[in-house]
Design a protein around this ligand. Structure first.
Ligand code: P6P
Length: 340
């Protein structure tokens, strides 16, 4: 039976990526090796997050939590960053790494250099660890220019130049969502196998949703178009029913729900933060890449998010992403504002 075949024909993430690779005979498998190292990092973080409560790894970085051994206990976000940096460097397939946890970009030593740049947030939403809210790793992958010495210019690229992006959400289950430019696919970790199994092939975001996701606590500081849009969600003029508000405050969780259920996720600019809060390279770009690959879209308030050219590796941008029609509405409101 088909169901049985599905159960016994385990499509692991490794097999999936190898299948993708076989479509490019010229490929030497570098991407497959890189992705396997990212997956290894996620498996480690998943295990550490699940044990955090027990191992007292929780708590904000910086609190001194010295072990009996006198060893300063590393906090999960610091630990996760070290794991990813080590995994990516040891893959021998990267030249530049940009991490939310490191002020400066990491230039890999020449003997270990490869053709990819990876931008990542090793544990996004880590302020939510202590209360058990889902958190996640977000990553994006660029190809460096061949042959010449890698420079920051290789990572200060518009998001549309990414060749792949994804996230791993550490929640009730560990879910890895990936796009290599041919659609979006979700994999769930089977702890008994230690393998990510394809559970959500070819995710398509609903064209229009019934959910809006924003931190209403910032309403006082919103600009006109955002305020108007949220008002429309709550008091629709066309007699349709109001949208539901769902806001978890952990980007990976809010985006994952938006991807599967539809709707719109907003982190707008406001008077306090004119560029919004979310980081371009390793929050806005990867999530925008996934949204477009799933049939949705992503907008900064001024332009298509993936067209943005970052000038600094930790630059922020406002973001409106999700169902195609919902984002279209907010684009119309910003366009009208622009004409005033
Ligand atoms: P606020 C978590 O700290 C984070 O970086 C994202 O994961 C999340 O979407 C956002 O900030 C939440 O920010 O201001 O609503 O608490």
């Amino acid at each position: 039976h088909a169901a049985d075949a599905h159960r016994t024909d385990l499509m692991t993430i490794t097999r999936f990526v190898l299948n993708e690779q076989s479509k490019h005979p010229e490929s030497r498998g570098d991407f497959t090796i890189l992705l396997n190292h990212i997956v290894l990092g996620c498996k480690f973080v998943c295990s550490a997050v699940n044990k955090a409560g027990l191992a007292k790894l929780i708590g904000l970085a910086g609190e001194t939590n010295v072990q009996a051994s006198g060893e300063e206990q590393k906090k999960l976000d610091v630990l996760s960053n070290e794991v990813f940096v080590k995994a990516l460097v040891s893959s021998g397939r990267t030249s530049i790494l940009v991490s939310e946890e490191d002020e400066e970009a990491i230039f890999v030593e020449p003997s270990k250099r490869g053709k990819y740049c990876v931008v990542f947030d090793p544990l996004d939403g880590s302020s939510n660890i202590d209360c058990g809210v889902s958190i996640g790793t977000i990553f994006g992958i660029y190809v460096v220019k061949d042959g010449i010495e890698p420079t920051l210019h290789d990572v200060l690229q518009p998001g549309k130049n990414m060749i792949a992006a994804g996230y791993c959400m550490y929640g009730s289950s560990c879910t890895f969502v990936l796009s290599t430019g041919t659609g979006v696919h979700g994999f769930t970790l089977d702890p008994s196998l230690g393998e990510f199994i394809l559970t959500h092939p070819d995710i398509q975001i609903p064209k229009k949703g019934k959910i809006y996701s924003v931190n209403e606590g910032n309403a006082k500081n919103w600009d006109g178009p955002t305020a108007k849009y949220v008002e429309k969600c709550k008091y629709p003029k066309d007699g349709s029913s109001p949208k539901s508000l769902r806001y978890i405050g952990s980007m990976v969780a809010d985006v994952h729900r938006t991807l599967l259920y539809g709707g719109i996720f907003l982190y707008p600019a406001d008077k306090k933060s004119p560029n919004g809060k979310l980081r371009v390279l390793y929050e806005v770009f990867p999530m925008s890449f996934l949204m477009e690959q799933a049939g949705g879209q992503s907008f900064t308030g001024k332009e298509r998010a993936l067209d943005l050219v970052p000038n600094k590796i930790h630059e922020r941008s406002p973001i409106f992403l999700g169902s195609y029609d919902d984002v279209e509405e907010i684009k119309t409101l910003y366009a009208a504002e622009g004409k005033k």
